[in-house]
Design a protein around this ligand. Sequence first.
Ligand code: MIC
Length: 662
Amino acid sequence: MSFNVAQKLIASHLVVGQMVPGTEIGLRIDQTLTQDATGTLVMLELEALGLDRARTEVSVQYVDHNLLQADSKNAEDHEFLRSASRRFGLWFSKAGNGVSHPTHMQRFGIPGKSMVGSDSHTPAAGSLGMLAIGVGGTEVALAIAGEPLYMRMPEIWGVRLTGQLPPWTSAKDVILEMLRRHGVHGGINRIIEYYGPGLATLTAMDRHVIANMGAELGATTTVFPADDQVRAFLRSEQREGDFIELLADADAAYDVTEDIDLSTIEPLIALPSSPSNVVPVREVAGRPVEQVVIGSSANPGLRDFAIVAAITKGRQSYPGLSFDVNPSSRQILQDLTRMGATFDLISAGARLHQSGCMGCIGMGQAPANGRNSLRTMPRNFPGRSGTKEDSVYLCSPETAAAAALTGIITDPRDLTKLLGLEYPALELPAVSSVNLTMLEKPLPPEEASKVQLIKGENISPLPVFGPLADRIEAPVALIVGDDVSTDEILPAGARVLPYRSNIPKLAEFTFDQIDETYPARAVKTRDTSGHIVVAGANYGQGSSREHAAITPRFLGLRAVLAVSFARIHWQNLANFGVLALEFADAADHDRVQQGDVLVLAGIREALVAGTEIAVRNETRDEAYAVRNGLSTRQVEMLLVGGLIPWLRERRARAAGDRKEVR
Ligand code: MIC
C-alpha cells in the first residue's frame, strides 16, 4: 500500500484506532515542546498528575514569551519553570536562547518523530518531516506522562509546488497565498502536505515559515518530506547524523489536492485584523506605516533577517518610523553578528531587541492606536499587539524592509526603480554558530527526584472543577460572531500575560477585547446557575492557550453553543469540563439574545447514550437542535469534570486492578 508522508508519520505512531478520516485515533508522542506562557500550567498539571519523570524521548521547556520583567511575576514564572524542568527531567531553554519553534528545529527536530506542543505554531517542525501538533497544555502534560495524543484523523491535503519563487518574494508569500485562497477555515480537520518539484527550491527554514502559519489556516498540522534540503539543514546545524529520509511513495494519493506555481507568486500582505485578509501589496501601496517589526516564529530564519539587513544596508529607516528587530534565537543573532548584518541593521536605525517572541504576542512593541504596523509575524487578531485599536499587517521580510525605508506600504519590487536596488543575493554561512550553553540538560533521575518546585507568589494552584451537571438552566452571558480568536477571549499583551499562572487574576481579563463587563457579570452566576456563551463559526481560532477555556470556566461558564469550533479550543473546552455544542442549523445563532435563559436537560444520559441533547430557550419558547461530536473517551472525561480528573481516576482504577491481581 502506498502512503504519503503524513500517513507514514501517523501509521508509525498509531496506538489506537485506524487512519479513517473523522474517527478518533491515538498517537504515541516522542517529543514535547512547552513555552513559558503556557508551560506554567503544564508543570502544575504534571504536579497534579503526580508525575515522577518525563516518559518522552525529548521534552523541552522554553522561555520565550514573557520576557519583559516589569515586576517580579515573569521572573518568578521563569524560576518555577526551571525548577519544574529539573524536577521532571525536561530540557530547559532559558530566556534569551530563543523562540521555541526555530530553536527546537535547530537543536532537537528529527525527521520521522512525533511532537506535541502547547503552542499552536508547533507544526513548524513539520518542515523537517516531523508530525508536530499544537494542543492545549493539559494534552502536553499527558504526553509528557507517556499517554497517547487523541485526535480526529484528519484528511490529507496535498499541495503540489512547481516552479521557483521570483525575486522579492519568499516563503511568507506562499503561505499568504494559501490564506488568500482558503481563509482561516481552509485547513480545518486537515493535514497539509507539500510535495512536487518546487520543493527543491525551498530550504528547511523556508518550509518552517509555511508550516508555522498552516495554523492560521486552521490545519491540524503541516508536513514536508525529509529530503536533501532537510539533510542540508541538519548538516549546517552539525546534526547530520539525525537525518532520516522520509518521502511519500511514488504513487501516494491525497484526499484533496491543489497546485501552486511558485513562479506566479507576488508580494502579498494580510490587512488588519485577520491573517486571511490577504491582498497583493501593490493594491494597498502608499498607506502610511509607523512601525515595522521583523521577527517571530513565522519568519525566524537567518535569511529572513539577513535579507532585511541587505535591503536596508547603507540606508536609513524612514524618519518617525519605529524599525524593530527581534532575533528569533541567540544562535541566529550570533550568525547575523558574525556576518556583519547586525551592524547593517543598527546602522539603518533598527531597534535591536532580545531574542524572543516580543511584540508577536504584545510583550512590548505595542503600536499607537490606529497606526499601521507591518510585521513579519503570524497573527494580527484584534488587540493581540497589546493595543486595543491596533492596525497590524502581516507580510514578508522583503515587504517589511521596503516599508521601513519608504515609510509607506511599498511593493518591494518597486525598490529597483525607487532606490536603484537589485534583489540582494545572500551568502549565508554553511555552518551555524551552534552554542548549547543556554540549554540545560535534564538532571539524572536520582538528582531530579530531590528537586523542590520553586513557586513564587505569582503561581496559584490549578482550579478544580466538579463533574458535569445533568441539567443546565442558565442565562446567555455573551453572544459573539464568527472567527473569534483566543486573543479576543483571553487577551495577549504585556498587561495580561504575567498572570498566566494565576487563574483568578487572569480571569478578570476574560473577553476584555469584546465586552469588558463580562467578568463581573459572569462571576455572579458562578455559584448558582452558571452561564452560557453563544458563538458563530470557527470559535476560538488561533492560539493553543487553554487559559481561554479555563478562565471563563472559572467564572461560571458551563456550555458554549457555536456554529463551529476551532480544533484546539474545542479540545480545551472539553478538557476543562465545558460542554461545547454545535448548532445543527447555523441560523439558530441569530435567534438567541443575550440574557435569554437556556435549558439543557438530561445531559449526562444523552451523552452516554449518544442521543441529542435538547436545548430549550425558555425566554423565547424555542428549541434548538445541537450536535456534540465527542468521542466516547471525551464523554467519560466530561462527565467527571475534565481531562485531569479523568486520568487520575483511570490511573487509580488501574492501580486498584493491579493490587487485586496480586
Ligand atoms: C500565539 O502565537 O498565539 C502564542 C502566543 O504562541 C500561543 C500560545 C499562547 O497563547 O501562549 C499559541 O500560538 O498557541
